[in-house]
Design a protein around this ligand. Structure first.
Ligand code: IPM
Ligand code: MG
Length: 348
């Protein structure tokens, strides 16, 4: 099995290095091929997603991705900025279904931004649509308006096929869990969301066993801190899912804990922590590699057909945390490598 290793910028290389160690420990027959992506690729090859990197991603059985984003690139024209690499990979590879599980490891109840008794109940998956919405809608741009003022504009857009296919992923995911799906939208204001809601209701006819609920995104943000235990599976659009998943991460202790899988229609996937490149701590060994290690577990489960190895990694992370492994984001002093070491020790 060929794994495309795309470490990217900032803390990306540090956290992916630990995930590779863990993968090599639990699985045989994996070959890693590395390529530059993001700001690192811009510096090396003049583009955040060079053709060779995209070609490797297409050829690989799965992709392990670190993070992109580099303040030194913020002044570049948008098409050359590091973020275009991950957006381009998602679009080019058709990775429309983004699964972001948020579950509290009991040992981290005190690290949560919520009271421990509220945080303990968290066990949800956010299913985020990843290739549409205002992220990709046209037209968009910056222009001078009739009043002579600079104006920025973007287009929020979904067609019914895009909504239906992510809705199905939401329903199917709920079927493997507690059977409850909450569709998050802003149908009281947005036409895009009205279509979203109508289509989700149509698809629900095929899933009579699933309890479907609809929630406005502002209410969902509030409920996520008031009573997060009520959520089983949330399905939502690209922008709302981006925001709610960052919020969910702090509810389970740290943004350094949330993994993700981005899947195409056939189950091929890109796996990445939901956090960014954290340039402020890059290269200092302060980053928490657990989100990336847990993403590697998702890769074994969803793309490589090795669910037992995935279970072993998740159990090893739990046991490392139970043994007191804590990076600075979790209130401890362990380095990135020591955190990886703690997981490896638990695996042995
Ligand atoms: C994420 C990130 C990305 C996004 C950025 C880096 C483009 O925030 O994966 O959540 O907005 O999707
Ligand atoms: Mg985000």
């Amino acid at each position: 099995m060929l794994i495309a290793l795309l470490p990217g910028d900032g803390i990306g290389p540090e956290v992916t290095a630990q995930a590779v160690r863990v993968l090599e420990q639990v699985s045989t027959g994996l070959t890693f091929e590395e390529a530059p992506v993001g700001g690192a690729a811009y510096k090396a090859a003049g583009h955040p997603l060079p053709p060779d990197t995209l070609e490797l991603a297409r050829r690989a059985d799965a992709i392990l991705f670190g993070a992109v984003g580099d303040p030194a690139c913020d002044a570049l024209e948008r098409s050359l900025r590091p973020e275009q690499a991950i957006l381009g990979l998602r679009k080019e590879l058709g990775l429309f279904a983004n699964l972001r599980p948020a579950k509290l490891f009991p040992e981290l109840a005190d690290a949560s931004a919520l009271r421990p008794e509220v945080a303990r109940a968290i066990d949800m998956v956010i299913v985020r649509e990843l290739t549409g919405d205002v992220y990709f809608g046209q037209p968009r741009g910056l222009r001078m308006n009739a009043a002579g003022l600079r104006e920025g504009f973007d287009t929020m857009r979904y067609d019914e096929s895009e909504v239906a296919r992510i809705a199905r992923v939401g329903f199917e995911t709920a079927r493997t869990r507690r059977g409850r799906l909450c569709s998050v939208d802003k149908a009281n204001v947005l036409e895009t969301s009205q279509l979203w809601r109508d289509v989700v209701i149509e698809v629900a006819a095929d899933y009579p066993d699933i309890t479907l609920e609809h929630m406005y995104v502002d209410n969902a943000a509030m409920q996520l801190v008031r009573n997060p235990g009520q959520f089983d599976v949330i399905v939502t659009g690209n922008l709302f899912g981006d925001i709610l998943s960052d919020q969910a991460s702090m509810c389970v202790g740290s943004i350094g804990m949330l993994p993700s899988a981005s899947l195409d229609a056939a189950g091929k996937g890109l796996y990445e922590p939901i956090h960014g490149s954290a340039p402020d701590i890059a290269g200092q060994g302060k980053a928490n590699p657990l989100a990336t290690i847990l993403s590697a577990a998702m890769m074994l489960r969803y793309s490589l057909g090795q669910p037992a190895a995935a279970d072993r990694i998740e159990a090893a992370v739990a046991s490392a945390l139970a043994g007191g492994a804590r990076s600075p984001d979790l209130g401890g002093g362990m380095t990135t490598a020591q955190m990886g070491e703690a997981v490896l020790a638990a695996l042995r």
